[in-house]
Design a protein around this ligand. Sequence first.
Ligand code: TXA
Ligand code: MG
Length: 422
Amino acid sequence: MTLLHKLSTFCKMSQPLRTEVLKVDALSIVFPENAHIDGKLPEVNDTPSRDALLKAAHIIRDTEETVAFPTETVYGLGGSSLNDNSVRNIYKAKNRPSDNPLITHVSSIDQLNRKIYNDYEDGDILRNIPKIYHPLIEKLWPGPLTILLPIPPERNVSLSKLTTGDQPTFAVRIPANSIARALIALADTPIAAPSANASTRPSPTLASHVYHDLKGRIPLIIDGGACNVGVESTVVDGLCLPPALLRPGGFTYEDILHLGGESWRNCKVENKKTLSEGEKVRTPGMKYKHYAPSAKVIVLLPNDSDTQMQLIDKMKMFLSSHQPDIIDKKVAIMTTLKLTPILNEISLFASSNYKGTKTEFLVSELGASGEAIQANLFAALRKADETDNVDTIIVEGISETSEGLAVMNRLRKASGGNIVTI
Ligand code: TXA
Ligand code: MG
């Protein structure tokens, strides 16, 4: 290779890509009934949306590049699950450790059979999915539920090994978002897709979040608006005994217990916070730093039985005892269920008590229900961090039931375990 040739190859490799952003209207996509089972294709009744989807599908199917696209949970960074180089490009664009496995997204059970199991037979459509999952997927797919399946026998494997992070299983889900499902169906290719953030950052729930993290690193972002669930899918393992919830997410633990039938009644929640050295991880994502804004995050957990007056006093005490994170700093305070009713008092105290300092408070309500808090969480962390450039984020936590389990899981990681009970 001549020096000139080497130089031009190097320049090509290091040149940033032009990142195009194309809007797709979810309402223009119409799937026939049961398309998530039999794999029938959707109609797309809007030319720009159809063109954007076909362009994205072409990148996934015919190239080794990646595309960011909306799902109902968070934006995903997708590449073909069947192509090692596409999977490498996902890890590279996100800067993600390669032993953290990826979820494969399929548009239908039919596609799972054909493209992952190389199984074109007629007959029971669920034949490649262990029975324990049937009640769950019948009720919760398409939707934010990810299941672990055994890797198909060697002779049949078309799934890239690089998606599995050396686990004996692979993770799969059928997303509910019609843009995601149309893209996968039109590409007729299973798509490996982690959340489309740079590794360690909060997951993206808007196309602008993806652009902020990955511009110049990927060729295309499909903009389908805000993700309505706001946290990632629930990951369950039905291949172990008792079955386990590995990551709380868009469906609650209670959903799994109630809808899974007898076998899921004793489902346990895997919630190890740290790993001992050499310990094999069940859900590799848990050993990495996650969801972390650059600002310092402190999670506040108010006592359930306190009156508003008591909470006001405790907030004052909390602020006074955390001066180094507050004095002369820009501080975001995000309230949820207990502190929202005293939001005015907090603002008044903050503005009068820190007069004469450079301290600046941005007080906002994160949400009034578990679902709303969950939907707003990542966007609020990103706004505080990337738009408002705050130094400290003080965010009110909630109890760990229903959506609270997923919300507190993300907040624990975002704050590095900095949780203060008041
Ligand atoms: O909602 C979602 O699931 C989003 C959207 C884009 O679909 N995707 C997502 O992917 O959150 P990611 O890569 O950020 O999270 C995948 C999680 C990781 O925590 C990983 O450890 C776990 O799934 N996982 C994947 N394959 C696994 C396997 N074979 N065994 C155990 N855990 C697995
Ligand atoms: Mg992620």
